[in-house]
Write a protein that binds this ligand. Structure first.
Ligand code: AMP
Ligand code: ZN
Length: 665
């Protein structure tokens, strides 16, 4: 087999596994094997850059940065859909189109209305070319690099299909992925995303495609747009699209009459809550493509299709009590405790009230009968009070003035919707929450110590903060409930081992508000030690790439607190890493600050990975694709001809391996 054949066969194989897993939901290879094959392909492609292919499975991991998305005019306008809300509306629609077409017997397709962001994918000769958002329907933003990271979207089609066409679909965020993302945000002390739809559409416009790659996005396809008359019906075109690799949901159904459409509507109105993603309605389309053409469009929407919107499910129930939850950062969340009620397939007992303003705006009071709705958000919300049922002796709600846990007076800073308990060091859920965060996997990763044990240790008076962990002794732990010598030993050695955790993770573990994983990395890289960070002033802080006012202020607040200073000193004394290790510092500079590099070809004095590391160690960024933003291309032997051409058109400077070495030494 020639190298070219080997590369092609690996690409085909990886594409098939991707398709099996992400479209057919049927894994045919282990993750490990997949990674090994991908690595093998990466290596072959790196060694043979003349076989570069923008649609290779290796090009889907992301990494390119787009600062400004290009505006692109749609070849075919992306229309909106007319809405209907009742069966009468649907019957009216049928009458209108029957009249235009001059016939009464019509066939329809029924599809779910996927709730996400619409996308237009262009394919030429079986190859993915570009992806553009709907925008205003005439023009959208080109988001190709981001879309490529969505693994259920085929980049290379298999089998027979029309040669030039656009595929339209919806980028969605399935519910389980959405919930997982939010769990991570909570763990990072960040605000939760409100709903899957906005999160999906926001994802398309992220500047860093590697960030998009991390999000569990999916793409469900619903329309083939082509001038070729290869298919007679919409249904047939979608069936074939599925065959060549697109994820066309199996829920799409043919309906020979409007009564069959009603059956579909009724079925999904009830069953939609069992779906792994959200839907807010049904889309009904005339199946025959010739008839679609005859019906044409109004100024806004096709006449041949209509959306049927489900009513957001609502129930009324009694509000028994308002309680207040205290988070790790001291943020207070009011919670409505409801008389349990069935809603959208689950029993609802609690609803979020968000904050004091929300309660005041809706004038929500204990013992009120309230309307609860499950709309785009996972947590049900109270949308209104049934004032006709308000008890005579009802009293306006007085928002909590003191912390439910420690009784400290709550504070609310201007511009912040939430109240906070300021008693950072004496409020139980804050103490426990902070230590739980400290030991978590992405932070100090302490084995042998779990969340419940932290609470137990706190209750027993053994720990009040994370620095106390390092003073724990086996003898103190053994007598505790459900503790044996072995588990106590494990806990202590886990704590001991955490002293090797790198500074950037320690910084994240400290739980400074708004300092999540990525921000911690940036800060560690820039300031190199906790002392530098804690003595930095506002100007120095906001001068760091991607550090804004809010983060800077939060760091200043943290650094000026005496309690925190003491804690940090104790951590230092215990041997926790509070600066970047000498080893990793050795070769670091910021000579390449602000420069973006693309590495291509084969090198002699160092490996590709060493080269990439050298770029990052010197403050530069590595990107996988060439754009206007690229500062330099480091070209080894056999740089791919397409990359070379692209670099030349964009006027990006190409340097050799030796030039690069001279640059940093
Ligand atoms: P609207 O945004 O309410 O005007 O509805 C039109 C949008 O519904 C389209 O732009 C699509 O993004 C979306 N949509 C979701 N599912 C479908 C489907 N099965 N067929 C057509 N459009 C759909
Ligand atoms: Zn408190």
């Amino acid at each position: 087999m020639t190298v070219k054949q080997k590369i092609q066969s690996l690409r085909n194989e990886l594409n098939t596994h991707n398709h099996n897993y992400y479209v057919l939901d049927n894994a045919t290879i282990s993750d490990l094997e997949f990674d090994l094959k991908l690595k093998e392909l990466e290596k072959l492609e790196a060694e043979n850059p003349e076989f570069f292919d923008a649609n290779s499975p290796t090009q889907r991991v992301g990494g390119s940065i787009t600062k400004n998305f290009e505006t692109v005019t749609h070849k075919n306008r992306m229309y909106s859909l007319d809405n209907s809300y009742s069966k009468e509306d649907l019957l009216d629609w049928e009458k209108r189109i029957q009249k235009i077409l001059g016939r009464t017997e019509l066939e329809y397709t029924c599809e779910l209305k996927y709730d996400g962001a619409s996308i237009n994918l262009t394919y030429e000769n079986g190859q993915f070319v570009k992806a553009v958002t709907r925008g205003d329907g005439f023009q959208g933003d080109e988001v190709t690099a981001n879309i490529k990271t969505i693994l259920s979207i085929p980049l290379t089609l298999k089998g027979d299909f029309v040669s030039d066409f656009e595929m339209r679909g919806e980028i969605i965020l399935p519910l389980n992925g959405f919930i997982k993302m939010n769990e991570e945000r909570v763990a990072n002390g960040e605000e939760e995303y409100r709903n899957p739809r906005n999160t999906a559409s926001g994802s398309l416009k992220l500047q860093d495609s590697a960030e998009v790659a991390k999000r569990p996005l999916d793409c469900l396809l619903y329309q083939v747009v082509t001038s070729e008359r290869k298919y007679k019906t919409h249904f047939e075109s979608l069936k074939n699209a599925r065959k060549v690799g697109f994820k066309v949901p199996e829920t799409i159904t043919l309906a020979k009459s409007i009564d069959k459409v009603f059956e579909f509507v009724n079925h999904w109105d009830e069953k939609r809550h069992d779906l792994p993603y959200e839907t807010d309605g049904i889309v009904i389309k005339v199946n025959n493509l010739q008839q679609q053409e005859e019906l044409g469009y109004t100024s806004k929407a096709p006449r041949w299709a209509i959306a049927y919107k489900f009513k957001a499910e609502q129930v009324s129930t009694i509000l028994n009590e308002i309680t207040y939850q205290v988070g790790r950062t001291g943020a207070i969340t009011p919670v409505a405790n409801l008389e349990p009620v069935q809603l959208a397939g689950t029993t609802v007992k609690r609803a979020s009230l968000h904050n004091a303003d929300q309660i005041e705006k809706l004038d929500i009071r204990v013992n009120d009968t309230v309307f609860v709705e499950k709309g785009g958000e996972i947590i049900p919300k109270i949308i209104a009070v049934d004032f006709t049922k308000r008890p005579k002796n009802s009293e306006p709600t007085h928002y909590a003035t003191n912390c439910p846990e420690c009784n400290s007076e709550l504070i609310r800073t201007e511009g912040d919707a939430k109240h906070y308990c300021p008693n950072e060091f004496g409020c139980a859920p804050q103490i426990t929450g902070r230590i739980q965060h400290f030991i978590s996997r992405k932070a100090m990763d302490i084995d042998g110590l779990g969340g419940e044990t932290v609470d137990l240790l706190r209750k027993e008076g053994l720990i009040q903060n994370y620095a106390d962990l390092y003073d724990l002794k086996v003898e103190q732990i053994i007598p505790l409930e459900r503790m044996a010598e072995k588990s106590a030993q494990n806990m202590i050695s886990g704590i001991e081992k955490s002293k090797e955790i790198s500074f950037e993770k320690v910084l994240f573990a400290l739980g400074i508000r708004f300092v999540g994983e990525t921000v911690a990395k940036k800060l560690a890289k820039h300031f190199k030690s906790i002392d530098n960070l804690m003595t930095a002033n506002f100007e120095t802080l906001i001068a760091v790439d991607e550090i804004g006012d809010r983060i800077a202020q939060s760091i200043l607040d943290f650094s000026s607190d005496l309690g925190n200073i003491q804690l940090i000193n104790r951590l230092k004394d215990s041997g926790v890493q509070l600066e970047v290790s000498a080893e990793s510092l050795e070769n670091q500079t910021d000579k390449l600050q602000g420069q973006i590099f693309v590495v291509s070809g084969v090198f002699h004095q160092m490996s590709r990975n060493e080269l990439k590391k050298a770029i990052e160690d010197n403050g530069g960024k590595v990107s996988s694709s060439i754009s206007k933003k690229t500062s330099f291309i480091v070209a080894g032997d056999n740089m791919g001809p397409s990359k070379l051409a692209k670099a030349e058109t964009l006027g990006v400077t190409i340097i050799s391996e030796q030039d690069f070495i001279d640059m940093v030494s």
